[in-house]
Design a protein around this ligand. Structure first.
Ligand SMILES: [Zn+2]
Length: 274
């Protein structure tokens, strides 16, 4: 290897061009700004594992990604059959990152789907693990889904069989179990697709939050309740990326209130509570 190719490789590993404004951004700077461009505020897709650490207060107490989750837990959740019949990519966070931890001091189960990953079997098994762990531990479930549109890059052909309608139905039925147990389910949608809206094949929680660069504020600074016109899902609340952990913390605090636990909140109630 010549010095020049070595230099070029090193340089390319250090920075990349923003896909929106074309300005070069150092990877470390991008990371420090939660994958938001310091020049134009464009949101780059955030790797699943990094988002998990961004949302959790500290490292997750327990990793719920099946190959890394304790075998005793998977056995108690009756998931050993699923795990043994599923292959998982070697690299962590290639499909989904999931854990059991606290967000702004409130315990929750969190599952983050990796941007660009086509919904597939690894997601199904991990989400199933999270839903059952949520039920067993009596904890709220938070799911983070990037828009499906992102996954349509040719380089991201699924390595496993794609999520089937039967698997989606299975997840919905298991989620109904959480509703019956009055456990809050919150979904955060990230990374607006090329159509300018949010879309996902994964089943949504009772409350849906979207992460968007431009948030319409009312005079009092509270995010406006609005639907993204081109989204095929109904959004309850909008927030900016940097504020997502705080918003989730507020929602968890709201649901943790004994009088309101398990009851589907109206956005009015959440606003007056925050
Ligand atoms: Zn930019």
């Amino acid at each position: 290897m010549t010095d020049i190719t070595h230099y070029t490789e090193r340089r390319d590993a250090l920075w990349k061009k923003c896909s929106h404004c074309d300005e070069p951004v150092f990877n470390q700077v991008l990371k420090r700004h939660f994958y938001t461009c310091p020049h134009c505020d464009h949101y780059s897709p955030m790797p699943a594992e990094e988002r998990l650490f961004h949302l959790f207060d500290t490292e997750p107490l327990m990793n719920l990604y099946p190959p890394l989750a304790p075998e005793s837990l998977l056995e108690s959740l009756e998931l050993m059959d699923f795990v043994s019949h599923t292959t998982f990519p070697d690299e962590l966070g290639q499909l989904i990152a999931a854990g059991d931890g606290t967000i702004s001091g409130h315990p929750a189960i969190l599952a983050v789907v990796h941007p660009y990953s086509v919904p597939q079997r690894g997601h199904f098994v991990t989400l199933l693990t999270c839903i059952r762990a949520s039920l067993q531990k009596n904890l709220p479930l938070i799911t983070v889904y990037p828009s499906d549109g992102l996954a349509k890059r040719k380089s991201d052909e699924p390595k496993q069989s794609e999520l089937t309608p039967a698997e989606i139905t299975h997840l919905k039925i298991e989620l109904d179990g959480l509703s019956q147990a009055r456990l809050p389910q919150i979904t955060a949608l990230t990374d607006i697709g090329v159509t300018g809206g949010f879309s996902t094949r994964f089943p949504l929680g009772d409350l849906v939050v979207s992460e968007q660069k431009k948030v319409v504020h009312r005079g009092d600074g509270i995010p406006n309740l609005s639907d993204s016109p081109q989204s095929d899902v109904l959004i309850d609340l909008n927030t900016q990326r940097q504020e997502l952990p705080t918003l989730l913390g507020k929602l968890l605090a709201f649901f943790a209130d004994k009088q309101t636990v398990g009851r589907k909140a109206t956005t009015h109630e959440i606003h007056s509570n925050s």
